[in-house]
Design a protein around this ligand. Structure first.
Ligand code: PLP
Length: 392
């Protein structure tokens, strides 16, 4: 029998604030009516401020996987080559989907513990004199590793190589949690989902689309219906911007989420995420004593403000530790994905979160480390408290 709050500390989905739950707790309305149109307009305008774009945003009833697929089928023709920046489990998954649609996927190999070196991207693009590479696909925040990849610097690398490739970026675990700027950073397609920084239930996904990407979509030859941007933009349909029945409750929630983000101010949202992430990292550094666990992201400048992947010492099982944290303390943590299964666990620190939630989680993890006989240093909660109280 579990008592008190379930501490849901996975890196997505995230905690849904009561304000959003209450906003969704109402009867349905006609999605063709004026009242709904005003809500949808407010939502798409608000999303533009979060994506930092003046260009097009489209939404789907889907998880992030749908937005991944929408980007692929709208932009490419069978046999096109795309360059996938390897960052971890999610980047490879996106690439696998591109292959399934008959694209040639070239992988720019990269150590999962480090951010991609933009110079490597630039030199690969310079070699491609015939411009066979149609697009660069990258994940901003690789949720499986807790490493942030340098989107603005990748854009500069593409420009420095004078390469016309489209630039597609997955922001599923960074958007609305730390800085991302679609237009300023020259991103052609942004892939996003509802269930992380936007604090909504899982099931809505978005793509930000540049004018250059819309032009590419007009001549691309992969088949598409549900995801077809031309249809969604009202070309050939009566409805425009949505296929089928519109999930109005998601829009009730999204409107509230956007209002909450604007009331706090995006920069303050980012600062809160940074503070809670840094407290978590300091806790892990305390555990690192006695050859204990360590932050998986090896490069201090690329450690994520939304998720910390914690690598266990050799011979210890991250899934056993997660089991102990859940069974004994009602704290849910993320696990290792793909080749990292069992090797690490992940603490999500994004969305609707505050200091005591992070401190409670750190305490529960330290108890679970004891229960699982994982060697570690002590004092993680103290280290996090000292930082949260006094800053540096
Ligand atoms: N990309 C990243 C970076 C993710 O973190 C996830 C999910 O966690 C996905 C893609 C897939 O999104 P979804 O699970 O919403 O389909």
């Amino acid at each position: 029998m579990a008592h008190g709050y379930h501490f849901f500390m996975n890196p997505g989905p995230t905690n849904i604030p009561d304000r959003i739950l209450r906003a969704m707790d109402r009867g349905t309305i006609d999605f063709n009516g004026a009242a709904f149109k005003a809500i949808a307009d407010e939502c798409f305008d608000g999303l533009k401020r979060v994506f930092k774009t003046d260009q097009t945003i489209l939404g789907y009833a889907a998880t992030g996987h749908g937005a991944w697929e929408a980007a692929l089928v709208n932009l490419f023709s069978p046999g096109d080559t795309v360059l996938l920046v390897e960052s971890g489990y999610f980047s490879l998954n996106w690439g696998m989907r591109a292959e399934a649609f008959g694209l040639q996927v070239e992988t720019l190999a990269n150590d999962w513990r480090r951010a991609i070196d933009p110079a490597k991207l630039e030199s690969r693009l310079r070699e491609d004199r015939e411009h066979k590479i149609k697009a660069v696909l990258a994940v901003h925040n690789e949720t499986s590793t807790g490493v942030v990849h340098p989107v603005a610097a990748m854009r500069r690398a593409i420009d420095a190589a004078r390469h016309p490739a489209l630039f597609l970026v997955d922001t599923i675990s960074s958007l609305a949690s730390f800085d991302f700027r679609m237009d300023e950073w020259g991103v052609d397609v942004v892939v996003a989902g509802s269930q992380k920084g936007l604090m909504l239930p899982t099931g809505m996904a978005f793509t930000g689309i540049s004018a250059k990407a819309l032009a590419a979509a007009a001549v691309a030859r992969l088949p598409r219906v549900y995801w077809d941007w031309r249809r969604l933009l009202g070309q050939g349909t009566q409805q425009g911007y949505w296929n089928g029945t519109v999930p109005v409750h998601f829009f009730f929630g999204l409107r509230e989420a956007l209002r909450m983000l604007e009331e706090e101010g995006l920069d303050n949202v980012f600062a809160r995420h940074h503070r809670l992430a840094e407290a978590t990292r300091r806790a892990v550094r305390a555990w690192r004593q006695n050859d204990g666990p360590e932050v998986f992201a090896a490069d201090p400048g690329a450690q994520s403000d939304t998720v910390t992947a914690v690598l266990l010492p050799e011979g210890h099982d991250g899934d056993k530790l997660r089991e102990a944290a859940l069974d004994r303390f009602n704290v849910s943590l993320g696990g290792g994905l793909g080749p990292l299964k069992g090797k690490l666990f992940r603490i999500g620190h994004l969305g609707d979160l505050n200091e005591p939630m992070v401190l409670g989680t750190i305490a529960a993890v330290e108890m679970a480390l004891d229960l699982c006989a994982v060697p570690h240093g002590k004092g993680a909660v103290q280290a996090a408290m000292a930082y949260l109280t006094n800053g540096e």
